[in-house]
Design a protein around this ligand. Structure first.
Ligand code: SF4
Length: 699
């Protein structure tokens, strides 16, 4: 790892994409320091970002290709490893057809990698079977946002608008642990007299800062939103003129909400009627307000409808498409936004185009130089793809994901992965999924390569290379270039990220997520550019588009320019508690770990701060089962069991237990979670399943 120079770049982890400098140290190695010129973090970094350089160390990362031999992964040359991957992908396709090949990507891949991976799957392999782990992240919000506004961009306004609005309802987001530097926007909001309402079954560190904390039973956020809309109507707080001029579908949505009486909603959610009234007052009294959702309402088998119900609140009160107001989704993964725009999703082509749209297929096929009719159609969603491993899907190429830890019903998914005829994994570290591979290809990571990401604000950013990668490591783009050549496609897979980005610009031109006016030069000079940023192909000399920090101010992106209400009723979670499984499990994150923990569990400081999983129990529940602080307890669902120490706290509801999901092994929370899928987004129900909890007996 050789430092090149002190380099401004962005964090490898979450969607806030904090600005950081990577600076050479006199004694060797590099240090990460804060960048004060990036307006999102303005000099702040969380512990994950501050320690990110540790994952660059050859001591924790892969530095040689590995090939399975005699049951063990042993070092091999790049040529041997790539030859083997190409040979097995090719032979599987010959014997079983192209759709026997699966490709699984990640929301941490740069835009260039996500784009190249989608193109590789469809042009080189010819498979429809590609999806990515972002399906497990914000897909319900993306589906609901597209339905309501005709376009999904996580936040349709910059984070800098938050301190100047009147009220924010933060639904199912623990920002204090997931992206701590963002908390200052909410602190400033309150200092300016604005109000913060947090909706979360747990009194999290974020909820502690709220003016009002609503703690619904897991899986009932939809009913909660309906109860609030009922009161908005009953109290005469609907913005009738806005509803008339800028929306459609109000009468149907209104009728559904009016059938959800507040007292009924109180019984479903556990949130009292006075609390509902107070929330409506805080939300409706100011001139402007926002609703922001995260994984809580989204990771449900009714996630799309739940988010739609929260969007309804903005539409009924005239708070979408107006200054300092609106609905936004707080995307989680580092490139969660860009990762869903450029073609690694089962149903999409670059530019956020739909794969089943003939015009979109023709445009992208033109850029790729292929016959549109030769492009495969939509494939399986992430969980369905993983569930088909070893049966319909015989060989898998996996890039930037660790589903053995992060997928729902993880023990089953682990068995599916083991049953594959062939698995190739591109990763930085030997993750739990990579450990099961036939071939592991060690690839470059954030500071070792240049590429772009798109933050939760829709701001496209340039991550710059700051160090040379260790010998033996190659980029994902190199892997795709070499595999394409071995599979007979000599052109179209450049290894230079800027060259890939230039093609991505053309492929996205005219699409919903239009990057055509964005260049690496602009990203470097302007500290990021918000999409859409069109550059008319017929007039390349036209004045540069400034980018679009704020969407929908004049019209929504639907055909008629109006936003659409969602007429959605409450329904139970896919798995309600019963006599055998009387409690609800909800899962989430802790501040010192990131996603499946593949990177952060290798950082000493983070590991010391959060060394393992735990089970959060209310004191009344702990007393009932005889658990003391630190006692090992077993949580059992219909899919398996997980064991971890008890952490007893009154911050959780007595009918609910919580586990963070960052760890493998016997404390793996996703062993328990329910893969019931949302019918629209195909999001699994991570946020609630029925469980029982027992203290592990002696011996
Ligand atoms: Fe990195 Fe997110 Fe922490 Fe910022 S908040 S330093 S982007 S992990």
């Amino acid at each position: 790892m050789e430092p090149i120079a002190s380099t401004p770049t962005h964090c490898p982890y979450c969607a806030l994409q904090c600005g950081m400098n990577i600076t050479p140290l006199p004694q060797g190695g590099v240090e990460v320091t804060e960048r004060t010129d990036f307006p999102v973090n303005r000099g702040a970094l969380c512990g994950k970002g501050r320690t990110a350089a540790e994952v660059l160390s050859p001591a924790v990362r892969l530095t040689s290709p590995l090939v399975r031999s005699g049951g063990r992964l042993v070092e091999a040359s790049w040529a041997e490893a790539l030859d083997l991957v190409a040979e097995r992908l090719g032979s599987t396709r010959r014997e079983h057809g192209a759709d026997a090949l699966g490709v699984f990507g990640g929301g941490g891949l740069t835009n260039e990698k996500a784009y190249a991976l989608g193109k590789f799957a469809r042009v080189v392999l010819g498979t429809s079977q590609i999806d990515y782990n972002g399906r497990f992240c914000m897909s319900s919000a993306a589906a609901a946002g597209t339905k309501a506004f005709g376009l999904d961009r996580g936040l349709p306004f910059p984070l800098e608008d938050i301190p100047r609005t009147g009220c924010v309802i933060l639904v199912g987001s623990n920002l204090a642990e997931t992206m701590p530097p963002s908390l200052r926007f909410f602190t400033e909001l309150r200092e300016n007299g604005g109000k913060l309402i947090v909706v979360d079954p747990r009194r999290t560190r974020t909820a502690e800062q709220a003016d009002l904390h609503l703690a619904p039973r897991p899986g009932t956020d939809l009913a909660l939103a309906l109860g609030l809309l009922h009161l908005i109507v009953a109290e005469g707080r609907v913005d009738e003129e806005y509803v008339r001029e800028r929306t459609t579908g109000w009468e149907q949505a209104r009728a559904v909400a009016m059938a959800h009486w507040p007292e009924h909603v109180e019984r479903i959610t556990g949130v009292s009627v006075p609390q509902l009234r107070e929330a409506v007052r805080l939300f409706c009294e100011p001139e402007s307000a926002m609703v922001l959702t995260a994984r809580g309402p989204e990771q449900q088998s009714k996630g799309t409808d739940t988010v739609g119900a929260w969007i309804n609140l903005c539409l009924a009160t005239g708070r979408a498409g107006r200054p300092l107001s609106g609905y936004g989704c707080l995307t989680g993964q580092g490139n969660g936004q860009g990762g869903r725009e450029h073609g690694q999703k089962a149903d999409q082509l670059p530019g956020y185009r739909k794969l089943d749209d003939p015009a979109a297929r023709a445009h992208v096929a033109g850029v790729w130089g292929v016959d549109p009719d030769a492009l495969p159609g939509p494939g399986r969603s992430a969980y369905e793809l993983l569930d088909a491993l070893g049966t319909d899907i015989r060989a898998l190429l996996l890039m930037g994901s660790n589903p053995v830890v992060s997928a729902p019903r993880a023990a089953h998914i682990e068995e599916r992965v083991k049953s594959l005829g062939f698995l190739a994994v591109c990763d930085v570290v030997l993750s739990e999924t990579a450990q099961l591979a036939d071939v592991v290809l060690p690839v470059t990571q954030w500071a070792e390569e240049t590429g772009t990401t798109t933050s939760l604000e829709g701001r496209v950013l340039l991550r710059r290379q700051a160090v040379t990668p260790p010998p033996g490591v190659r980029s994902d783009l190199y892997v795709l270039h070499e595999l394409a050549a071995r599979l007979g496609v000599e052109k179209g897979f450049p290894t230079d990220p800027e060259e890939v980005f230039e093609e991505l610009r053309r492929a996205s031109a005219g699409g919903p997520a239009d990057y055509s006016g964005i260049t690496y030069r602009r990203l470097a000079e302007e500290n990021g550019v918000f999409w859409p940023c069109p550059q008319p192909a017929e007039d390349p000399a036209a004045e540069a588009h400034p980018g679009t920090p704020r969407l929908f101010l004049d019209r929504f992106a639907t055909a008629d320019g109006r936003a659409r209400f969602a007429a959605v009723a409450h329904r139970a979670t896919a798995e309600e508690p019963d006599a055998e499984y009387p409690l609800l499990l909800t899962t989430g994150r802790v501040v010192s770990q990131y996603q499946s923990g593949a990177q952060t569990r290798r950082v000493a400081e983070l590991n010391a701060a959060a060394p393992g999983p735990f089970v959060e129990l209310h004191p009344r529940l702990a007393a009932r089962i005889g658990a003391a602080e630190g006692d090992p307890v077993t949580v059992t669902s219909r899919r398996g069991r997980a064991t971890a120490p008890a952490r007893i706290t009154a911050a959780i509801r007595p009918d609910t237990v919580f586990m963070p999901f960052h760890w493998p092994g016997e404390g793996r929370a996703n062993t328990l979670t329910n893969p019931a899928l949302d019918p629209t987004s195909r999001m699994p129900e991570f946020k609630s399943c029925a469980v029982r909890v027992e203290v592990v007996g002696p011996g």
